[in-house]
Design a protein. Structure first.
Length: 428
């Protein structure tokens, strides 16, 4: 599985395209060359971080900038880079034109790119005329130096991309560590992988999902490499320029808080995720009918919402959604235990429909506010509102979203500690 390119160059002039690409490749910066075609493009550039665009891809330098911008727009929508990425306008018509075009192009793309597509975090301009001579880049070192200077003009993104590189390096070190466990006269790679998978999920569960089994063993090792990186001094200076405590935005709107909380604690990546997966949350309607709810809890949903979840008024329940959360112990989930597990029942609701925090009972766990389906919602779970379900049933239920490990652990600690609290009878 070959990695997708991180540097891409797009030009209609083949000689100028390969002059740039060959110069970058010569200096160890692998670059994908794409010759512009009006019939469209089909390349994998989802991980691109730098995209060079010739400004006049249709060859008509006299056409209005909007025409050239629309061509670049259509190419980006076709190639769909996931971001973050920077665009460098590679134009031979002078820096003065590029200086205006870079700002205008960024505004044009921000306003018109399809909503689900990543916007370039920066559009920069680089003058071809200063670097090309007789179909070649006359001084590749000077080109690289100028490109690096352009990229350094945005220290925050430069720092974040250095973090991304460190994560990739950590993954490489993890795999290197794994391969060092093999030996010419001992275990082969497949055996090493099987031993690690067995340590994580147990031999009987390896073949149920081989990726999951090995991933359970490798993630803690990867996490250690990421958490304790060796940062060179030159990289530290990048971080010194990127941000400081003085940049902290002390006043955040409710919407901004909800976005931050979602980013930190909640994932909507649910492809292949069911209610059987750790931290998964689904609609309770997939599990219990209204009649089942009454039979399980001995009360109506409205009564339960008020008595068990601190809802202010019965009519507020129409603004809520009943949910259910998978909260297995990590080892039980990893080892694919087939016995019935306990699932917590809760509400997804706006915080303003709940009693004030100081008036809520200790048996409740209430999450920070998240943005869920465009609305700001909190999750409310009750330590005593749980039901046992067999894994075979929950595997058939799709997840709406899932809680990340840190907030899931907080939920479990709060609810299970409350369930396990001791009590004595005594006279004082």
């Amino acid at each position: 599985m070959l990695p997708s390119p991180r540097i891409v160059a797009i030009d209609d002039d083949v000689s100028e395209l390969y002059a740039l690409v060959n110069a970058l490749n010569e200096k160890g910066h692998s670059c994908l060359a794409i010759q512009y075609s009006s019939t469209g493009h089909n390349h994998n550039i989802k991980d691109a971080r730098v995209i060079f665009f010739d400004l006049h891809l249709n060859g008509n330098s006299a056409a209005p900038l909007s025409i050239h911008f629309s061509i670049i727009l259509s190419i980006l929508e076709s190639l769909a880079p996931q971001g973050p990425y920077v665009i460098i306008l590679w134009t031979k018509y002078g820096q003065s034109e590029g200086t205006s075009a870079d700002t205008e192009l960024q505004e044009y793309l921000s306003a018109r790119l399809e909503k689900h597509l990543a916007r370039p975090y920066k559009v920069l301009a680089l003058d071809k005329a200063g670097h090309l001579l007789n179909g070649k880049v006359k001084n590749p070192d000077a080109l690289i130096s100028e490109v690096q200077t352009l990229l350094c003009s945005h220290p925050q993104i430069r720092a974040l991309l250095s973090w991304e590189n460190n994560v990739q390096s950590a993954a490489a070190q993890t795999l290197g560590h794994l391969l060092r466990l093999t030996s010419p006269d001992g275990l082969g790679t497949a055996s090493v992988m099987a031993v690690l998978a067995d340590a994580a999920v147990g031999k009987a569960n390896i073949d149920i999902d081989r990726y999951h089994a090995l991933n359970q063993a490798l993630v803690p090792i990867l996490s250690d490499y990421i958490s304790n990186p060796s940062i060179p001094e030159v990289e530290r200076s990048v971080w010194e320029q990127a941000y400081s405590a003085s940049n902290y935005a002390s006043i955040l709107t409710s919407d901004q808080k909800a976005d931050f909380n979602k980013f930190i604690n909640l994932s909507t990546r649910t492809h292949g995720i069911s209610l059987a997966d750790r931290g998964a949350i689904s609609s309770l309607n997939n599990i219990l009918t209204v009649k089942d709810f009454i039979n399980t809890f001995g009360m109506s949903q409205e009564q339960a919402a008020i008595e068990l979840f601190s809802l202010l008024k019965p009519e507020h329940l129409s603004e809520a959604r009943w949910i259910i959360c998978q909260a297995h112990a990590a080892c039980d989930h990893a080892q694919n235990k087939s016995v019935p597990m306990s699932y917590f029942v809760g509400l997804e609701i706006e915080d303003r429909y709940l009693k004030p925090r100081k008036n809520r009972p200790e048996f409740l766990w209430v999450s920070p506010a998240f943005r869920i389906n465009g609305k700001i919602r909190s999750l409310v779970f009750n330590a005593g509102a749980n039901i046992p379900l067999p894994t075979i049933r929950t595997k058939e239920v799709n997840a709406l979203y899932r809680l990340n490990e840190s907030i899931l652990n907080d939920l479990l600690f709060k609810l299970r500690t409350h369930l396990a609290r001791p009590g004595i009878i005594g006279v004082y």
